[in-house]
Ligand binder design. Structure first.
Ligand code: FPP
Length: 244
């Protein structure tokens, strides 16, 4: 679908989402937290379609943080099963829609079958260019900065990196700068997500719990974004990527 500019206003090139509230959604219904994550996956599908249809170039989703390993083993294992089946089930549609899948985070800590599916999904969608869907698994913003610093020291010798050069070592290298960071579930914090990348992102906090989030909430976030004046520490010249 060609993005409708009259409806959407300025379109961010790169949107990231902290998909929070699955546990509270489930608890309010007397369901298990894992059931909340399963319903969260449905909201994830809606969000991918919503942003792809509006011409967003990259969508980064916080699916499992470095700190989520502290959760009960049963919840962590249920999440891994959900990721494995989600990759398998969604792959045909992602391919059909021309969406490229990319995973960021300390993937070597994950079960081998999940790692294998991640690698296979990346390989099968690697040539797609409608939108890049980045799934952060085992991800932490501090981890990202530290792994980038380590690689930079190993690969760049004595050269002092400028911010743009350093960004090439982050796990998000090659993606557009982050424009809009959305968090659902009513909390207002970044929780060790894209710390470096969020430097000039617009932040948008939604009250809705992630499984309840649908197109109207996402449209609200885009409308909020398009009303913000971005100055990047300067005078306020717009810097958005133009979409045809
Ligand atoms: C946070 O809610 C949610 C997660 C840690 C898991 C998010 C995963 C999904 C929505 C599935 C998406 C799958 C793919 C493949 C992208 P919470 O459990 O912290 O909720 P709470 O704050 O209400 O307890």
């Amino acid at each position: 679908m060609v993005p409708d500019k009259a409806e959407t206003g300025r379109i961010p090139a790169h949107v990231a989402i902290i998909m929070d509230g699955n546990g509270r959604w489930a608890k309010a219904r007397g369901l298990s937290r894992s059931e909340g994550h399963r319903m969260g996956l449905k909201a994830t599908r809606r969000a991918v379609e919503f942003f792809a249809n509006r011409g967003v170039r990259a969508l980064t989703l916080f699916a499992f943080s470095s700190e989520n390993w502290q959760r009960p083993k049963a919840e962590v294992e249920a999440l891994f099963d959900l990721f494995v089946s989600a990759i398998e089930e969604e792959l045909p549609e992602l391919r059909e829609k021309g969406i490229r899948l990319r995973f960021i985070g300390a993937r070597e800590e994950f079960p081998e079958d999940l790692q294998a599916r991640m690698a296979e999904a990346e390989a099968q969608t690697g040539a797609n260019d409608t939108m890049t869907l980045v799934v952060a698994l085992g991800y932490g913003g501090r981890w990202d900065i530290l792994q980038a610093a380590l690689r930079w020291v190993r690969e760049s010798g004595d050269a002092v990196p400028d911010p743009a050069g350093f960004a090439d070592f982050l796990s998000t290298a090659g993606l557009p700068d982050l424009d809009l960071l959305i968090r659902t579930g009513g909390e207002q914090r970044i929780s060790n997500f894209l710390l470096w990348q969020a430097a000039y992102a617009e932040l948008c906090f939604l009250e809705a719990l992630w499984p309840d989030v649908g197109d109207p909430d996402l449209q609200d976030a885009l409308d909020t974004y398009s009303r913000r004046q971005r100055r990047f520490g300067g005078t306020g010249e717009p810097r958005d990527v133009a979409h045809a």
